[in-house]
Ligand binder design. Sequence first.
Ligand code: WTA
Length: 657
Amino acid sequence: MSQPTIESILKEKRTFKPSPEFAHQATISSWEQYQELYQQASDNPTEFWAQLAESELEWFEKWDQVLDWSNPPFAKWFVNGKINISHNCLDRHLTTWRRNKAAIIWEGEPGDSRTLTYAQLHREVCQMANVIKQLGVKKGDRVAIYMPMIPESAIAMLACARIGAVHSVVFGGFSAEALRDRINAAEAKLVITADGGFRKDKTIALKSQVDLAIADNKAPSVDNVLVVERTKEKVQMEAGRDHWWHDLQAGASAHCPAEPMDSEDMLFVLYTSGSTGKPKGVVHTTGGYNLYAHITSKWIFDLKDDDVYWCTADVGWITGHSYIVYGPLSNGATTVMYEGVPRPSNPGCFWDVVEKYGVNIFYTAPTAIRAFIKMGEHHPNARDLSSLRLLGTVGEPINPEAWMWYHKVIGKEKCPIVDTWWQTETGGVMITALPGATPTKPGSATHPFPGIMADIVDLEGNPVGANEGGYLVVKHPWPGMMRTVYGDPDRFCRTYWEHIPPKNGNYLYFAGDGARRDEDGYFWVMGRVDDVINVSGHRLGSMEVESALVSHPAVAEAAVVGKPDDVKGEEICAFVTLEGGFEANEDLANQLKAHVVQEIGAIARPGEIRFTDGMPKTRSGKIMRRLLRSLASGQEIAGDTSTLEDRSVLDKLREGA
Ligand code: WTA
């Protein structure tokens, strides 16, 4: 092997088969069926995707060519096809019994709630589409959406899609500056926002942040601001520029035909959470994205017509785009939206929502699961979770011990868990179990979705052997792939297609993650390659050492980074938060070091353990190891910190150093 790869040290061996009861009713119901689909898709990917596009979606006009890959890495899918995703999410259900089915069940943080049927949702989307047209927004124009988790955020997205405007959703937790950068990058003409929202028992102001973002002509593209009333707190309304949604809605027609869009017309731009640097505007287009969000939702979440499905993400992230809004609605499913987040004042809030609505399918993130572990299992145990039949996770590698807790305490050992690996860039899930088909292993995302040719290679693009770590790549285009970086095609090429150069003209999509495949072909994602630690020439993924730490009863959360060392190159510095009832002291630090040695071996022994109350995380909950690395090596924090959720965590860590 000519290039260094990543060593794998995690030794997780447990396997869980789908129960016969689950498999029996599942859409993809056996391992053989998965393998057959995978084979079919690999033998003839264009035929595979074309058949699905035909059978699963409604097109105004059919495509002439399934895939145009003549100018890699710029792909075109369903060339010259005409389609509208808002039509596929709404109109086509209205002619069926689903017309009066719940499309969105929404629960506000203070306990207010609302249910919108498909017919009601369609009506409001049409009204908002007419309102934004009236505000001068045309096909191709960009609209920034800066909202709390209320139905109007989904309505705004669908309204843009309906008339062919490009939405750029900016997570409501971002600051005025971050919002301004994103408005300016996309030159948005309209901002859709709310007076505020409820978050962690307080109100957060949104409209006043918009005012700050666009004040003094600092965001000159913005002509209008549309404001949804949520908290009823007082806001400044500038005449001629700012408009209340309820005022304009009152006069708006509920009739608005969906614009026939070209398959490759831009649907949205979404700035990545940026755990590693300056945010990128990830561009997704219409036809391929619609198909990919649709079919992954259908097969991975095994969506059935009587299911209540809940993805706990925020619509400000790709998970919210694909798996709260577009994927479930395209399938005619019932999707739950919850405004609240887990918080110490209400540690059972998620389980109350599960109980109240009889949620059947529940999709959340490892960071949330670890927070629940810390708050104690008596909270979920005090609720009726018997409606749950399927669980999912996304966002980070899940530590096997967190997986086991999820499996036992939430799933009561009967719900399959789908650990879904994917990215903003991929549009939808890429590596995952199919719940009725795939035996799962805690901590492994298992196998690629049919049609996804994932592999693990060295830096020259050569596949690595079983259990050897390497770089996760995708070898063939797929319909949901990002098309470019908004306004910066060179950056698109550089970031994703050049680290590993094309091999015999065959382009490899480089995801930026390290991974290995075990002897059974299971994928184990080891974390971002930027987070790899090099100890005495051994390249270790952060995830595996962290999982060893988390398997100790005292540890709630762990993040490991490399710290320069004269002898070893780097040594491991571990940041650790403790479960309630454990005391941070040297004795415990030594126990944890010994525990890692016992779990994975002496090479992974942390040189230093730092106890902390919290980790610096992005607003989507990912640990920012880049910042911890600077702290560990005593350097100043450099680079972008605008995506940091809570600055005070960083300040405390600095003081503790
Ligand atoms: C990480 C979120 C391991 C990974 C959908 C990826 C995961 C990045 C998993 C994308 C998983 C996401 N197992 N790692 N199941 N899911 N990741 O763009 O490093 O917010 O590259 O998309 O999260 O994060 P993004």
